[in-house]
Design a protein around this ligand. Structure first.
Ligand code: NAP
Length: 474
């Protein structure tokens, strides 16, 4: 690009690389492509051959309705100024700097794929897992298909009381027959059919008024015929503050929890037990270094400047369990060459513009959106507002791209397609995804399911290589 060239016109649109094809990446592409001036074209890079990020591999299989947002993303993918480049791992197959040499603006929408650790003894024992791994496993994510989840134990403990923790509890407890028609991974279905888990205990280090889940998600479990929800009334007595000080979600949660604590247990053979003011201090193992129990300390709430914190009371109890899941939030994964704040697990930024670090200078032409920008909070739709904000900043910065004395402009010797081809990378296009999609749906229908997912990148790519249909674009 010459320094004085007008960037953002129909003849010379702003070339944007978006890294990560989850909701944040797709909503950002949609926001940019919707603008008539300046005009953008978007290449959406994705490590997997499949798009949609957590909508495909995070949303639980029994929440199919939530996945219908992919129709919006499919519409974006039909735009002539949009390309999907799947099976391209940015940071490995292609470097961040190489994208900046080829695109006017580069946006990271890579989410938060790493799990937080508890930092207590015993976390390394067999049977103690990250929520990310279990969710990926039942959703046929290729990274987790071979994970050894042994469900032959009567009790599982889930640490944390967010919506992911409730997803895990629900999948473990609901009758497998109710999951049979979903897109749950075959290996998960088999394990659930022979599962011996009859009780899931969720540990909340703080009180019921601080629970992160939504009442509707707990109510969904309560309504399952196969599950009783058990909460001790004594834990609900003190919310730590007056009801008026609580937000609407906390009030709804408290109302539901009170109702559940007063209800006699139904005769169902599976139980979800919520233990508030309980913090794990050690995971205990047997002689084979397998989880056998969790040592838990009762806590109390203390008011601090930032809200209520949990403080140990010195009272302990042991909870026998063969499985432990830590579901205490996610962290982002750093991309080589892109600033990263290891403590909060995000790319440091000011309203999406990437900065070198807190208070540091802006990194030209580089942006972050979604969970990697703000941390793992909110629902799928939250990313739409997030994308709108970041798209606005990118639009504001477009004039910089045309300035002779402006920021360093992209100077690519060879286009991205040539670079990837030279490295032997077979890019999966959106047309390729549609091929995989129709195969998965057809296979699913043969087995009475909505979809039977491929659970390996190799299998998907081999299928595409075998497929004789010519694919358009890259
Ligand atoms: P989350 O909502 O942040 O919940 C994390 C939980 O872990 C909290 O209960 C937190 O308790 C607890 N925790 C954190 N550190 C802990 C520690 N060291 N020891 C014990 N407990 C600890 O995270 P999430 O469940 O992973 O969900 C991520 C996002 O996805 C959320 O915005 C969620 O709403 C969304 N999501 C939505 C749905 C849905 O809409 N159906 C489904 C899944 C996920 P404290 O509050 O005490 O820190």
């Amino acid at each position: 690009m010459s320094g004085t060239e007008q960037v953002g016109t129909a003849q010379r649109p702003v070339r944007v690389a978006v890294v990560g094809a989850g909701p944040a990446g797709f909503f950002l592409a949609e926001a940019l492509l919707a603008r008539e001036s300046p005009q953008f074209c978007v290449d959406l890079f994705e490590r997997l051959p499949t798009p949609f990020g957590l909508v495909r591999s995070g949303v639980a299989p029994d929440h199919q309705k939530m996945k219908s947002v992919t129709r919006v993303f499919e519409k974006t993918a039909q735009n002539q100024r949009f390309r999907f480049l799947g099976n391209v791992h940015v940071g490995r197959a292609v470097e961040a700097g190489e994208l900046l040499q080829r695109y006017d603006q580069v946006v990271y929408a890579i989410g938060s794929s790493r799990d937080r650790r508890l930092g207590i003894p015993g976390e390394e024992l067999a049977g103690c897992h990250a929520a990310t791994a279990f969710v990926g496993w039942y959703n046929a994510h290729p990274d987790f298909a071979d994970f050894p989840f042994d469900l032959k134990t009567p009790r599982a403990v889930v640490v944390g009381v967010g919506n992911v923790a409730l997803d895990i509890a629900r999948i473990l407890l609901r009758s497998p027959a109710e999951l049979a028609k979903t897109d749950i991974a075959d290996h998960a279905m088999e394990a659930l059919q022979t599962s011996q888990i009859r009780e899931v205990v969720m540990l909340a280090r703080r009180g019921p008024a601080q629970a992160a889940f939504f009442a509707g998600q707990l109510d969904e479990i309560e309504r399952l015929a196969s599950v009783s929800v058990c909460v001790e009334a004594k834990h609900l007595e003190d919310a730590g503050c007056s009801l008026e000080d609580l937000d609407a979600n906390a009030r709804r949660n408290l109302d539901l929890l009170r109702l559940l604590s007063q209800r006699p247990l139904t005769g169902s053979d599976r139980t979800l037990r919520l233990e508030f003011l309980s913090s794990p201090v050690e995971i205990l193992g047997d002689a084979d270094r397998r989880v056998r129990a969790v040592r838990v300390e009762r806590t109390e709430l203390v008011r601090e400047a930032a809200g209520f914190a949990a403080r140990g009371t010195g009272q302990f109890f042991e909870l026998p369990a063969g499985l432990v899941f830590r579901s205490i939030g996610y962290l982002g994964e750093p991309v080589p060459g892109v600033p990263f704040d290891a403590k909060s697990g995000i790319i440091p930024n000011q309203e999406g513009r990437v900065i070198q670090g807190p208070g540091g200078p802006i990194v030209p032409r580089t942006y972050a959106v979604g969970w990697i920008r703000r941390g793992p909070t909110g629902v799928i739709g939250t990313n739409k507002a997030d994308a709108a904000l970041v798209a606005e900043k990118m639009v504001e910065d477009v004039p910089l791209l045309s300035r002779a004395d402006g920021v360093e402009a992209p100077r690519a010797e060879c286009p991205i397609e040539g670079l990837l081809e030279a490295r032997g990378i077979r890019v999966a296009s959106f047309a390729d995804w549609l091929t995989i999609d129709s195969l998965e749906v057809a296979l699913g229908h043969q087995h009475g399911k909505v979809r039977e997912k491929f659970d390996s990148i190799e299998a998907m790519m081999n299928q595409l290589l075998r497929d004789s249909t010519p694919h358009e674009g890259v």
